[in-house]
Design a protein around this ligand. Structure first.
Ligand SMILES: O=P(O)(O)OP(=O)(O)OP(=O)(O)OC[C@H]1O[C@@H](n2cnc3c(O)ncnc32)[C@H](O)[C@@H]1O
Ligand SMILES: [Mg+2]
Length: 222
C-alpha cells in the first residue's frame, strides 16, 4: 500500500478473505497481516447501512488501534428474487455467529419457497439436473484508511451471476459453491484462487484501488 512498504494490514477476521488478499498481494511481493496476527484488536460492530459504511468502520478502527494504514473489505451477496437480501447481512443471514453452511442452507430455503426459474430464463450451460434460482451479484467495498493523515481511499467491485439450487465445488468460502459464474460456466466454488480473483467483486475492487494508488500514492488525497 505504501511506497517502500512490504506489509499490508487487512482489517478482517475472515480466513477466506485473508487467503485471497495474500494471493493478490504476493504478486507484488507484499505480505498480508490480518486481525488474526495482532493482540488486542477491537471488537468491531458492523452496524453501517451500506457495504461502504462497514468497510470504513473496520478500516478506521483497526488502523487507529495499530497506528498503521489498514485495508478493510465489506462484502456480500445481493439476490434479485429476494429484493437484494442478504446484502450487508450476508455474514449473519442465518443468525448472529452463523457459519457458511447455515447461511447457504438459509439462502436455499428462502429461494426454495419461490421455486426454480424456468430453464429458458436461467443461464446456459448448467450441468444436467441443476437449476438456477435467481440472478444475483456479489459486492465488495474496500476502504483503506491512513491514520497519519486521516485519509480514506475507497473502491467497489461487482460480480454478476446466478444462485443455483445446490452447491458445486469446495473452493473459496461463503456462498461461492452456490454462485454460478457465466464467464467460466462454473461456480465460484469450482474456480482456482487465480480464476476467482480475475472475475470476483473483490478482485475488481482491488484492481481499482491499486490502479488509483499507483497514480497518486497513498497520501495524495486527504
Ligand atoms: O468482517 P470481516 O472480519 O472481514 O469478515 P466477514 O466474514 O464478517 O465479512 P463481511 O462482514 O464482509 O461479510 C461478508 C459475507 O458475505 C459473504 N461473502 C463475501 N465475499 C464472498 C465471496 O468472495 N465468496 C463467497 N461469499 C462471500 C460471506 O458469507 C461473508 O461472510
Ligand atoms: Mg463482518
Amino acid at each position: 500500500m505504501i511506497k517502500g512498504a512490504d506489509t499490508v494490514v487487512v482489517a478482517t477476521k475472515n480466513a477466506g478473505k485473508v487467503k485471497e488478499f495474500a494471493h493478490a498481494f504476493a504478486r507484488m511481493g507484499w505480505q498480508v497481516r490480518s486481525m488474526f496476527d495482532y493482540d488486542g484488536m477491537p471488537d468491531i460492530v458492523e452496524d453501517g447501512l451500506t457495504f461502504a459504511d462497514n468497510a470504513r468502520i473496520k478500516a478506521l478502527e483497526v488502523a487507529e488501534a495499530l497506528g498503521l494504514p489498514a485495508l478493510a473489505d465489506d462484502s456480500g451477496l445481493e439476490v434479485e428474487a429476494l429484493g437484494g437480501a442478504p446484502g450487508v447481512y450476508s455474514a449473519r443471514y442465518a443468525g448472529e455467529g452463523a457459519d457458511d453452511g447455515r447461511n447457504n442452507a438459509k439462502l436455499l430455503a428462502e429461494l426454495g419457497r419461490l421455486g426454480p426459474l424456468p430453464e429458458a430464463d436461467g443461464p446456459d450451460g448448467l450441468p444436467d439436473g441443476v437449476r438456477a434460482l435467481s440472478r444475483a451479484r456479489f459486492v465488495c467495498a474496500l476502504a483503506l484508511y491512513d491514520p497519519a493523515d486521516r485519509s480514506f481511499r475507497e473502491t467497489v467491485g461487482y460480480a454478476d451471476g446466478w444462485v443455483l439450487d445446490r452447491p458445486l465445488g469446495q473452493g473459496g468460502f461463503g456462498y461461492d459453491p452456490l454462485f454460478w459464474v457465466p464467464a467460466y460456466g462454473l461456480t465460484m466454488g469450482q474456480l482456482s484462487t487465480d480464476e476467482k480473483q480475475s472475475i470476483s467483486h473483490r478482485g475488481r475492487a482491488l484492481e481499482r484501488l491499486l490502479a488509483e494508488l499507483s497514480q497518486t500514492g497513498l497520501n495524495a488525497r486527504k
